[in-house]
Design a protein around this ligand. Structure first.
Ligand code: 13P
Length: 248
């Protein structure tokens, strides 16, 4: 069981899915099933759905986030969305450095670092995503990759600034593949990540929520959540289905 210091967070990442009508329907379902007595619930929706989902979630404890943001405040950055635009639309949180952003859109730890700075400055709760590829795991590079992503992404912040940061460990080989890290593999990685966070600041590390992501389902969530350093889940595919109700 994760520490009582850390409130569990169960989050859905809807990725590039759903029409506005479907988004509202799913948001209603999440509100109806959210059991926030035992933890926090959040959904990360496409930019275009933030405003309508915010309306649906109004008055409920379910939190709302964007899947990305840009670090500049405004200006000639065609296609990008700023932190203040996310908040203006009703977003309270933001995913930063998801592996799909890193792999498909060339995001680097430096970009993650800048986005994190902008999110913290703008008052959004950032969820910084890290994780190794299959090739990296098989060539024993997992720890080095995680260490580099944490050091690069989180560099330069005072411990007080980092207090709101959530980290998501998402092994790339487990995302959308149906292959989940075993509870022991997840715990090993989460404990390693917490140790890295301790190198930044002890108090930050013990309070920081580390979520697991990668083929989380209603069937495997309990065993993952039973691990000492697993403080929640970031759910992709299963967050679009009724399964998410059971996961919550
Ligand atoms: P899946 O749950 O579909 O594997 O996706 C995980 C993920 O990328 C969440 O951000």
């Amino acid at each position: 069981m994760a520490s009582a210091l850390r409130r569990p967070l169960l989050a859905g990442n809807w990725k590039m899915n759903l029409t506005l009508t479907q988004s509202v329907e799913l948001a209603r379902l999440v509100v109806s099933g959210a059991n926030t007595a035992s933890g926090e619930v959040a959904v990360f929706v496409p930019f275009t759905a933030i405003a309508v989902v915010a309306e649906t979630l109004k008055g409920s404890p379910v939190r709302l986030g964007a899947q990305d943001c840009y670090w500049e405040a405004s200006g000639a950055f065609t296609g990008e969305v700023s932190v203040s635009q996310v908040s203006d639309a009703g977003g309270q949180m933001v995913l930063i450095g998801h592996s799909e952003r890193r792999k498909l859109f060339g995001e680097t730890d430096d970009h993650v670092n800048k986005k994190l700075g902008a999110a913290l400055k703008g008052g959004l709760t950032p969820v910084v995503c890290i994780g190794e590829t299959l090739e990296e795991r098989e060539s024993q590079k997992t720890w080095r990759v995680l260490e580099t992503q944490i050091a690069g992404g989180l560099k330069g912040f005072a411990p007080a600034d980092l207090a709101k940061v959530v980290v998501a460990y998402e092994p790339v080989w487990a995302i959308g593949t149906g292959k989940t890290a075993s509870p022991a593999q997840a715990q090993e990685a989460h404990a390693f990540i917490r140790q890295q966070l301790k190198n930044i600041h002890e108090g930050f590390a013990s309070g920081c929520r580390i979520l697991y992501g990668g083929s989380v389902t209603a069937d495997n969530v309990d065993a993952l959540m039973a691990q000492a350093d697993v403080d929640g889940a970031l759910v992709g595919g299963a967050s679009l289905k009724k399964d998410f109700l059971r996961i919550m």
